[in-house]
Design a binder for this molecule. Sequence first.
Ligand SMILES: Nc1nc2c(ncn2[C@@H]2O[C@H](COP(=O)(O)OP(=O)(O)O)[C@@H](O)[C@H]2O)c(=O)[nH]1
Ligand SMILES: [Mg+2]
Length: 291
Amino acid sequence: MENKLNINFYPGHMAKARRQIIEDLKLIDVVIELLDSRIPVASRNPDIAEITKNKKRIILLNKSDLSDDKVNQKWLDKLSKEAPTLLTDSNSGKGIDKVVKKIDEIMEEEKQRQAARGRVNKTIRVMILGIPNVGKSSFINRISKKTTMEVGNRPGVTKQKQWIRISKTQELLDTPGVLWPKFESQEIALNLAFTGTIKDDLIERVEVAFELLKILEREYLNNLKERYKISDEEYDAIKATANPTYELMRLIGKKRGALVSGGNVDDEKTARIILDDFRNCKIGRISLEKP
Ligand SMILES: Nc1nc2c(ncn2[C@@H]2O[C@H](COP(=O)(O)OP(=O)(O)O)[C@@H](O)[C@H]2O)c(=O)[nH]1
Ligand SMILES: [Mg+2]
């Protein structure tokens, strides 16, 4: 646990998951790459392009209810050059209908090729890929409307692939492919920590909250002021100190009553408040990465 931000500790497990994905892909026509719209770079496994290189692919920027709409549009523009890209919210279901339509669209040409060879109505087979916590299970539950999810739990059939019919033309593999993120930089590791993809007990919470606050102060200051009822005068006073971000953190702690006996600010408790508020969208819709 002292080994903070270094959690690549089970390569054997990862290699096995990767082999399984490559095996499963033989059955698949279209891959859905699920990303967290707040951190499309950090939530992307860099090997995915290689793993899926002969497959049709669509990209979903999930948790779009939590991210900044202006930034979402920019990511849509950028990623669409690589593959068809859509915004989804797997909690409410917003954007999910468009996924089925988009898959039919990108398979249209292939379908006509098959029809010319006498194969009509071949079912399109789809699979989800993504790192932990991006919303793969939520997405599958949403798109399958919970109709056939339980089938695979019968004893004796658990080894068999289960397909969930998601439209007249499409079936989805019921188990998503889980790829691990790569901690290619401190920035990526921090973004994964902010969003809760890396568990807090593996990391230094106060440091992580401090780093998040730095970004929020720079990019979303008005959201912060509003959430924690910080006046312009209070913020100006903080700005004049030697370590404004730390003073901001202390002010937030004070405002929220996160104090230790004696009246000093409880940094650990304050860190928890800031991280929870961010993750629960209480500071507003925030994007941590921009194209
Ligand atoms: N706000 C929001 N939360 C989501 C969305 N999709 C998933 N979640 C939440 O993110 C967490 C991880 O989701 P889960 O489906 O288990 O992710 P998985 O590890 O990829 O299967 C859960 O708390 C979900 O409720 C979404 O589109 N919006
Ligand atoms: Mg899951």
